[in-house]
Write a protein that binds this ligand. Structure first.
Ligand SMILES: C[S@@+](CC[C@H](N)C(=O)[O-])C[C@H]1O[C@@H](n2cnc3c(N)ncnc32)[C@H](O)[C@@H]1O
Length: 395
């Protein structure tokens, strides 16, 4: 028994004309439906409004431009409908948006990701020291880095990433890199974010999400030291004071070896897309190359090829079944995929991976992002489906 609801359409008037009004009317009716009807288990259905605003870049979620980041506001609207006493798992936690928002509400959160940068960013967003502690840390760190540079004990940046930076900015990055292992999680997250920002700045801030790495000459000097200090001050977010959540660097296909079976109340995640994004590329590539880490090996441990996507996701869902309680909710935020012979509906695709149908699927057409302009030009509309399984009915 599957129902699809178009909750709201934010596509502007000039794009859809009269059909926009229809979509809105339909969505309002459905919104009411979603709000006031309960699912077969007697639980109130979750409401998924389409939000215009994505993230506040000054918040902790602006720490680093992680690809495929879910909107923090979106994460919060879902989490705030759930009891705060639960154990929440995000098996593809990326930069930790859902984890941070869950922890802020007092939940016991567990994140898993097999990409070391994602792991560090998630840890950064869960750590709970005071602002003063972090400012003191970065002050000492910068003193030590500057001293090392003056004394000429800083290695040169490897050639690959060095071509993205002004020489002096690169030297500053390398002087701080000497202390990476001693950094607190939050300062390390800021350090990665400052590398991305400095690389972009050295290229006159002309890199967009699709042109990261484009060579723009001459390189502009950007003070990495200033960017790092600014980031530490700007993104600090006081958390809730609850015990710190847990992040695991590991493979979601082996969840039951990482998380205690039967221990999770809610799984809430945005999984890797069918084959679209390489989470180790772009700024991640620069960071991995600076630290001489084997990016391709890391990439191999991630799910991203279309050919084995279905088998991999089936495995992950089975592992989720093992680590969740009998009455757990499992919420997947997914999307359409364009294929040779039409579009694959993300909601239907995920529903087909389990024997039991999801309790409900909510579909949203959304816009307001830069990609919406491209969608309009390409006559496409971005669709997102939120698939909710309720294990008390079946999974
Ligand atoms: C859409 S992103 C999640 C973004 C996240 N919600 C955020 O706000 O940053 C999907 C994540 O899945 C991770 N991933 C891909 N394959 C994985 C695997 N086999 N095990 C664990 N994580 C994996 C990627 O590294 C990526 O961070």
């Amino acid at each position: 028994m599957r129902e699809i609801h178009v909750v709201e359409s934010l596509v502007p008037n000039d794009v859809l004309g009269a059909s926009r009004q229809k979509a809105l009317d339909f969505s309002r009716a459905n919104e009411a439906y979603v709000k006031y009807r309960t699912s077969a288990s007697g639980r109130t259905k979750l409401v998924f409004e389409a939000l215009k605003s994505v993230n506040n870049p000054k918040s902790i979620h602006g720490l680093y431009p992680y690809r495929g980041k879910i909107s923090a506001l979106d994460a919060r609207q879902v989490l705030s409908q759930l009891p705060s006493s639960l154990t929440l798992l995000d098996p593809f936690c990326g930069s930790g948006t859902i984890l941070h928002e869950g922890q802020k509400l007092g939940m016991d959160v567990i994140g898993v990701d097999n990409n070391p940068i994602a792991y560090s960013l998630s840890q950064a967003k869960l750590e709970q020291k005071s602002r003063e502690d972090y400012i003191a840390e970065v002050t000492t760190l910068l003193q030590a880095a500057k001293w090392s540079l003056e004394k000429n004990c800083v290695p040169a940046m490897p050639e690959g990433p060095a071509r993205h930076f002004h020489e002096q900015s690169a030297n500053e990055v390398m002087s701080v890199s000497l202390f990476r292992e001693q950094m607190s999680a939050y300062v390390k997250g800021c350090y990665y974010g400052a590398i991305a920002l400095t690389a972009r700045g050295c290229n006159h801030y002309r890199w967009t999400s699709s042109s990261v790495g484009k060579n723009i000459e001459p390189k502009q000097y950007i003070s990495f030291y200033e960017k790092l200090e600014e980031k530490v001050k700007k993104h600090y977010a006081a958390n809730c004071g609850q015990p710190t959540g847990r992040v695991i660097l590991g493979d979601a296909r082996q969840l039951s070896q990482l998380v205690e079976p039967g221990s999770v109340d809610v799984v809430f995640t945005s999984p890797p897309y069918f084959d679209a994004l390489d989470y180790t590329a772009y700024y991640g590539k620069i960071i991995y190359e600076i630290h001489e880490e084997n990016r391709l090996e890391i990439k191999e441990g991630l799910i991203q090829r279309f050919a084995d996507y279905s088998a991999n996701m089936e495995r992950v869902l089975e592992e989720i079944n093992r680590v969740t309680r009998q009455d757990a909710l499992i919420i997947f935020v997914v999307g359409d995929k364009k294929a040779k012979d039409g579009t694959i509906d993300g909601g239907q695709f995920f529903a087909s991976l389990r024997e039991k149908q999801p309790a409900y699927i909510v579909e949203r057409v959304y816009s307001g992002s830069q990609s919406q302009i491209f969608d309009t030009l390409n006559r496409t509309r971005r669709k997102e489906q939120i698939v909710v399984w309720d294990k008390s009915i079946g999974f």
